[in-house]
Design a protein around this ligand. Structure first.
Ligand SMILES: [Zn+2]
Length: 285
């Protein structure tokens, strides 16, 4: 049975209810992850926690080594990742302090961040029409309901580059595009997790109305942190429920994401790439 990974965003830097905690430092072929991985037991199941921005929130969204973080999770035997993330709302009905179970992403980063494992001597095209795991998202949504929080069962997350928040013109543009929420980090994780055949779902905690809302003041870091602090206790309760309720064995297609994705002639994949990506592509070579 695979481990369950949790990536904590702004405001979530540890999970106090983890038992028998071990800390593990890893280096990967893609560099260093955001911090030490914290492994422990929750509801009798093995959980691996990583603070996305490092302890003390040292790493900006553009500077997070997403590849090293997901690679590290894979190396530690993680089969599913729950992401917890702060976001802004682009719709009136998605209110601050609500939760959103993200089901779609739109990329508006400037590509400064690496979003694929397949660059050196190997080409692989994963299917990404539905970028989150349906099974994990279902359990996540139900766990929000059981916890009694206000939750939206779906939402499109536009991934901006940051670190500055949006201009008013950008915020209005994204609203016209029909986007639901805005954040700075999740898309790279979702893509890399799919490439690594790890299930991925995102619990987005709404902290503000970005800057478009006429009756609300524009987003400030103070507002984000205050609302997040109010919601992080709920987020922790939700996570415990998800871990408890997840079926032991995965019944989704995430685990076979690479089955038909690698297009490069296997004889031509360089030795170094084979070695670096062994934990991801080894079973297909
Ligand atoms: Zn899955």
């Amino acid at each position: 049975m695979g481990r369950i990974g949790i990536i904590g965003g702004s405001g979530l830097y540890n999970i106090e209810t983890l038992k028998k905690v071990k800390k593990i430092s890893l280096t990967t072929p893609f560099g260093k992850p955001s911090d030490k991985f914290i492994i422990g037991k929750l509801e009798g199941r093995e959980v691996v926690f990583l603070p996305r921005h490092g302890l003390g929130h040292r790493i900006s969204p553009s500077g997070v080594n997403y590849r090293a973080n997901i690679y590290g999770m894979k190396k530690l035997g993680v089969e599913r990742i729950l992401s917890v993330t702060a976001c802004g709302s682009l719709k009136e009905e998605i209110k601050p302090l609500d939760f959103v179970v993200v089901d779609q992403f739109v990329d508006r980063t400037n590509q400064a961040r690496a979003m694929t494992f397949f660059e050196e001597g190997i080409v692989a095209h994963i299917v990404f029409a539905h970028p989150v795991c349906p099974e994990l998202s279902r359990v996540l949504y139900q766990s929000c309901i059981d916890t009694g929080v206000a939750v939206h069962s779906r939402g499109t997350y536009i991934n901006m580059e940051g670190p500055a928040f949006s201009t008013l013109a950008e915020s209005n543009l994204y609203r016209q595009w029909g986007m639901d929420i805005i954040g700075m980090t999740n898309m790279a994780e979702a893509r890399l997790a799919r490439e690594a055949e790890i299930c991925y779902s995102s619990l987005a905690c709404v902290t503000d109305y970005d800057c478009w809302h006429p009756q609300q003041e524009s987003v400030t870091i103070d507002m984000v942190i205050q609302n997040l602090a109010r919601n992080i206790e709920n987020a922790k309760k939700i996570l415990v429920r998800v871990v408890k309720n997840l079926p032991r064995v995965r019944d989704c297609s995430c685990k076979d994401a690479l089955k038909y994705a690698i297009i490069t002639d296997k004889k031509l994949i360089p030795e170094k790439t084979r070695k670096d990506l062994k934990i991801i592509i080894g079973k297909y070579l």
